[in-house]
Design a protein around this ligand. Structure first.
Ligand SMILES: [Cu+2]
Length: 136
């Protein structure tokens, strides 16, 4: 009788543990906004113009410390349909600072989709608008 109660208790605990684990896994697996991650993106030349551009991106954690070792991919696209997006993988120039080359193929309103995988495996996705790319 005593043994039976113990095994029921253990079973209950195991279920609880599993539920907690899967909940955590779901949160980590989702591509959330990760609001505590700081991101700053600048485009050079500034103001941006048609042609080659350098995108500089910095990532920082909740304490403002640079996040080194992230994998950062960029997708540049325009706000109207029918454009071929440009993709670029950013290289880490210094800890927490990532640089990529892109080419704006026409003037107008662009946006850059940043897809980053942080060193702890969390995935972050953010969009940065780059309006008014100038035609040379
Ligand atoms: Cu266009």
């Amino acid at each position: 009788m005593k043994l039976n109660i113990t095994s029921k208790l253990l079973y209950g605990l195991a279920c609880l543990l599993l539920a907690t684990l899967s909940l955590t896994a779901c949160q980590r697996g989702g591509s959330g906004d990760l609001t505590d991650i700081g991101m700053n993106l600048t485009v050079s030349p500034d103001p941006p113009a048609v042609g080659k551009a350098t995108v500089i991106l910095t990532l920082s954690d909740a304490n403002g410390q640079p996040i080194a070792g992230a994998e950062v991919n960029l997708e540049a696209n325009m706000s109207h349909a029918g454009m071929v997006p440009a993709f670029a993988q950013a290289a880490e120039a210094e800890p927490g600072r990532y640089e990529a080359s892109l080419e704006f193929t026409m003037g107008g309103d662009w946006f850059i989709l940043v897809k980053a995988t942080l060193p702890d495996g969390q995935k972050m996705e953010r969009q940065v608008d780059v309006p008014g790319v100038k035609t040379r």
